[in-house]
Design a binder for this molecule. Structure first.
Ligand SMILES: NC(=O)c1ccc[n+]([C@@H]2O[C@H](COP(=O)([O-])OP(=O)(O)OC[C@H]3O[C@@H](n4cnc5c(N)ncnc54)[C@H](OP(=O)(O)O)[C@@H]3O)[C@@H](O)[C@H]2O)c1
Length: 223
C-alpha cells in the first residue's frame, strides 16, 4: 500500500494514475473528502491536513511507502511554504518512519540549495523545501529505509514518457521543463528500483522522444 500526500494536486493525480497503471494499491491523503471523489472506488481515502499529527499517523498506518507531491499555494496560512513544504513534509516523514514505512519519495525542485534564487521571494519556498529534504535524507537513510528526492524543473501538463530526460546531481541546473506525469513516473518507479534508493537528483526534458520506461535515468546517477 502506498500513501500519496498531495494526491489532489496536479502531480499527485498523476502519481495516483501511475500507481494504478502498475496495479499498486493506493491510499490518498487529502484535505477534502469531496475532492477525493475524482479517484473513484479503487482508492482508499484518508482525510487530513499535514498540520495534524494524528491524522497523518492514521493515514500512514499499514503503508509500505509514501510519495509526497505536496506543495504550498499561498504566502500565509495552512498552505504556506513553511506549513506545507517544510513542516508538513517533515511531519509526514516522521510519522511514516514511526509507522515502519520503508520508502519515502518526494517532489522537491531545482535550485533548492540557492537561498538567493528569486523564487525564494515566495515565503522562502526553496529553502523550506531544502529543509524538508535534509530531514527526509536523515530519517530515511537509516537501516532498512530508503528515500528518493526528485528535483524537477518547471512543471508542465501532458502525457508521460514523451520526452528524453536529462538528469543531474548537485543542483547545477538553472532552468528547463518537465511533465508532471514524468515526475510521477520517476517517483513510482523509485518504489522498486534499487538504483533509485537514497538518491537526490535534478531532472528536466532534453528532447521529444518516446521512452519505453524511465528506469534507465536512475542508472545514470552516481552510485
Ligand atoms: N510549478 C512548478 O513549475 C514547480 C517546479 C518545481 C517544483 N514544483 C513543486 O512540485 C510539487 C507539485 O507541484 P503541483 O503543481 O503538482 O502542486 P499542486 O497542484 O499545487 O498540488 C499541491 C498539493 O498539496 C496539497 N496541500 C496543500 N496544503 C496542504 C495541507 N495543509 N495539507 C494537506 N495537503 C495540502 C494540495 O491539496 P488541495 O488539493 O486540497 O489544495 C494539493 O494536493 C510542489 O511541491 C511544487 O512546489 C513546482
Amino acid at each position: 500500500m502506498v500513501l500519496v500526500a498531495g494526491a489532489t494536486g496536479k502531480t499527485g493525480q498523476w502519481v495516483v494514475r501511475r500507481l494504478q497503471h502498475y496495479g499498486i494499491p493506493v491510499r490518498v491523503l487529502v484535505r477534502s473528502a469531496e475532492k477525493a471523489s475524482v479517484f473513484g472506488s479503487g482508492v482508499e481515502v484518508a482525510v487530513g491536513h499535514v498540520q495534524n499529527k494524528g491524522e497523518i499517523a492514521a493515514a500512514v498506518k499499514g503503508c509500505d511507502a509514501v510519495i509526497s507531491a505536496l506543495g504550498s499555494s499561498s504566502f500565509f496560512g495552512e498552505a504556506s511554504p513553511q506549513e506545507v513544504d517544510r513542516d508538513g513534509v517533515i511531519r509526514l516523514a516522521d510519522e511514516a518512519s514511526k509507522a515502519g514505512v520503508r520508502h519515502f519519495a518526494m517532489v522537491s525542485s531545482i535550485a533548492v540549495t540557492r537561498w538567493y534564487h528569486p523564487l525564494n521571494l515566495f515565503a522562502g519556498v526553496l529553502s523550506m523545501k531544502y529543509a524538508a529534504e535534509e530531514h527526509v535524507r536523515s530519517v530515511f537513510s537509516r537501516e532498512n529505509r530508503s528515500y528518493t528526492i526528485v528535483r524537477p524543473g518547471g512543471l508542465k501538463d501532458g502525457e508521460p514518457l514523451q520526452f528524453r530526460l536529462h538528469v543531474d546531481e548537485g543542483d547545477r541546473i538553472w532552468n528547463g521543463w518537465i511533465n508532471r506525469s514524468d515526475v510521477a513516473e520517476l517517483l513510482v518507479a523509485s518504489l522498486w528500483l534499487d538504483s533509485a534508493k537514497n538518491k537526490t537528483f535534478e531532472v528536466i526534458n532534453e528532447a521529444e522522444e518516446y521512452q519505453e520506461s524511465l528506469a534507465q535515468y536512475y542508472g545514470k546517477l552516481s552510485h
